[in-house]
Design a binder for this molecule. Structure first.
Ligand SMILES: Nc1ncnc2c1ncn2[C@@H]1O[C@H](COP(=O)(O)OP(=O)(O)O)[C@@H](O)[C@H]1O
Ligand SMILES: [Mg+2]
Length: 442
C-alpha cells in the first residue's frame, strides 16, 4: 500500500437551507486516499458525493473532524489537486489552449513554459490539432477531454473526477474512461491517486481499487469494497459481473428496508423522501418484470440491461415499487408481489384504484394531504403549506421534488388533483360533495 495522500477523519458537514434549517449532509466520514489507488464513490443523488470531493480538495471547510493532505492539515484549496466536473466547466470564449493554460497562468508561470505544458497535456489526452478551437466547436467528448487536460496540466498529485463521464453519451463516456485508465496503468499520468464519483456501478467496478458507497441522511460511508480484479478489466467477465451484482445488491439494500427503517427513526414520516420517478416508468418496469423471461423475478443488473435504464433510474423505480408494495426489493433482486401482479393484469381503472390505495397506505404525506383536503369545505388547499411542512425536514430543492412526486402519484391514483395555474391541490372532481356525479375517467 502506498503512502497516504488525503486523510479525512470524522468529517461532518451541514448546510443551512434558505429557510434556516440546518441539514447534516456528511457525518463521521473516514477516508484515506493512498498513492497508487483509484477510489470510486457511489451513492444516491444528494447523498453528498460532490460535497465530499470538494472537502477533499480543500474547496470547502468542514464542521467536524479534520482533513489532511500529505500529513499537513488542509485549510484552503490544495495546490496539487486537479478536479474534473460533469459540466466540463470550460470558458466558452477561450480556445482549447487558453482553457488548458488557465490553471498555470494563475500560478504565474511564464508564457512559453505555460504553452509547452498545455500542449503536452492536450497531446496526452488526444486533442492535438484542436488547440485553437473554441469549446462550442467540439463534441461533448472532446470538451471533456479539454476539462481533463486542464486538470492534468498542473501535474496534480491527485485527480478528483465528479461524474466526469455522466454528461456524455454511453460510448463516448466509455472511450474516455478507457483512455484515462490506459494512461493510468501505463504510468503516463502525473497523478498518484484518483477519486472518481460515479453514478454507474459498472464504471466504479471497472475503474476502482476500492468502491465506497455513501448512504444518506446524514451521508456516511456505508460500505467499502476492495476490487481485486486485474486490469485491464473486461466488463463482460464473470469477475466483473459478480462484483457489479454485489454492489447493486448493497445499494438496493440501502434503499429498501434499511433505508426505510432509518428514515422512520430519524425523521417525521411526513418528511420522508420519495424516489423521484414518474408513474409511467414505474409501470413500465413492473410490466417488464412480470413478462418473460423474468416472470415476476429478476436481478437488478439483468433488468438494467433489458430495460436500458441507468442504475439511478432503475434503482429509483425499483425503490418506488417496493415502497408501494407492488414489488419487493431484496438482495439486489426485484420480485413482483401478488398485488403487483394484479396491477399489471388490471384495467386502467383497477390500476388507478390499487395505486391510490397503496399510496394512501404507504406514503404518510399522501394520506396527510388527502385528509387535509377532506377537512376543507371546498376540498381544496394551496400547496404552499405542504411545501413548508416538507422544508422542515428536507432542503428546499428536495422538498419541492418530493411534493412534485407525491402530486404526480396522487393524480395517477385519483387521490387528489392539482391545479397548475392556481398551485392548489384538490379532491378529484366529483368527490368534494356527495351529491355530485361519480368521477369520470378520461
Ligand atoms: N452550498 C450548499 N448549500 C446548501 N446546500 C448544499 C450545498 N451544497 C450541497 N448542498 C446540499 O447537500 C446535499 C448533498 O449535495 P451533493 O454533495 O451535491 O450530493 P451528490 O453529489 O451526492 O448528489 C444536497 O441535498 C444539496 O442540496
Ligand atoms: Mg454531485
Amino acid at each position: 500500500m502506498g503512502r497516504e495522500i488525503i486523510e479525512l477523519r470524522g468529517v461532518g458537514k451541514s448546510f443551512r437551507s434558505a429557510d434556516g434549517h440546518a441539514r447534516q449532509v456528511l457525518d463521521g466520514i473516514e477516508l484515506t486516499l493512498r498513492e497508487g489507488e483509484i477510489v470510486a464513490l457511489l451513492g444516491a443523488s444528494g447523498s453528498g458525493k460532490s460535497t465530499l470531493l470538494r472537502i477533499a480538495a480543500g474547496l470547502i471547510g468542514v464542521d467536524a473532524g479534520s482533513v489532511s493532505y500529505r500529513g499537513q492539515p488542509l485549510h484552503g484549496p490544495a495546490r496539487s489537486i486537479g478536479m474534473v466536473f460533469q459540466s466540463f466547466a470550460l470558458f466558452p470564449w477561450l480556445t482549447v489552449q487558453q482553457n488548458v493554460e488557465l490553471g498555470l497562468e494563475a500560478r504565474g508561470m511564464p508564457p512559453v513554459e505555460r504553452a509547452a505544458k498545455a500542449e503536452a497535456a492536450i497531446a496526452l489526452i488526444g486533442l492535438t490539432g484542436f488547440e485553437g478551437a473554441l469549446p462550442r466547436e467540439l463534441s461533448g467528448g472532446m470538451r471533456q477531454r479539454v476539462g481533463i487536460a486542464r486538470a492534468l496540466v498542473t501535474e496534480p498529485d491527485v485527480l478528483l473526477m465528479d461524474e466526469a463521464f455522466s454528461a456524455l453519451d454511453v460510448l463516448t463516456g466509455e472511450r474516455l474512461r478507457e483512455d484515462i485508465l490506459e494512461l493510468w496503468t501505463s504510468g503516463k499520468l502525473p497523478t498518484k491517486a484518483m477519486i472518481v464519483v460515479s453514478h454507474s456501478i459498472e464504471e466504479a467496478v471497472l475503474m476502482a481499487d476500492r468502491v465506497l458507497i455513501l448512504g444518506r441522511d446524514p451521508g456516511r460511508i456505508r460500505v467499502q469494497l476492495a476490487v481485486q480484479i486485474p486490469r485491464p478489466r473486461d466488463p463482460d467477465s464473470a469477475d466483473v459481473r459478480a462484483l457489479v451484482d454485489e454492489v447493486y445488491a448493497l445499494m438496493a439494500a440501502g434503499r429498501g428496508r434499511a433505508a426505510r427503517a432509518a428514515d422512520a427513526a430519524e425523521r417525521s414520516p411526513l418528511g420522508r423522501r420519495l424516489p423521484k420517478v414518474d408513474v409511467a416508468r414505474m409501470e413500465g418496469l413492473l410490466e417488464f418484470l412480470a413478462e418473460e423471461p423474468f416472470g415476476g423475478h429478476a436481478d437488478l443488473p439483468e433488468l438494467a440491461e433489458a430495460t436500458e435504464l441507468s442504475d439511478r433510474e432503475l434503482l429509483s423505480a425499483a425503490d418506488a415499487l417496493n415502497l408501494l408494495g407492488l414489488a419487493q426489493l431484496e438482495h439486489g433482486d426485484l420480485q413482483i408481489t401478488p398485488l403487483g401482479q394484479r396491477y399489471v393484469e388490471g384495467t386502467h381503472t383497477l390500476r388507478q384504484e390499487i395505486f391510490g390505495q397503496q399510496l394512501l397506505a404507504h406514503v404518510p404525506l399522501a394520506a396527510h394531504i388527502r385528509h387535509s383536503l377532506e377537512q376543507e369545505p371546498g376540498g381544496q388547499l394551496p400547496e404552499g403549506p405542504f411545501l413548508r411542512l416538507l422544508e422542515e425536514h428536507l432542503d428546499e430543492a428536495e422538498a419541492e421534488r418530493v411534493l412534485e412526486t407525491v402530486i404526480a402519484w396522487g393524480r395517477h391514483g385519483e387521490v387528489f388533483e392539482y391545479d397548475y395555474n392556481a398551485g392548489t391541490i384538490q379532491l378529484p372532481t366529483g368527490e368534494e360533495d356527495d351529491t355530485a356525479p361519480p368521477p369520470t375517467h378520461p
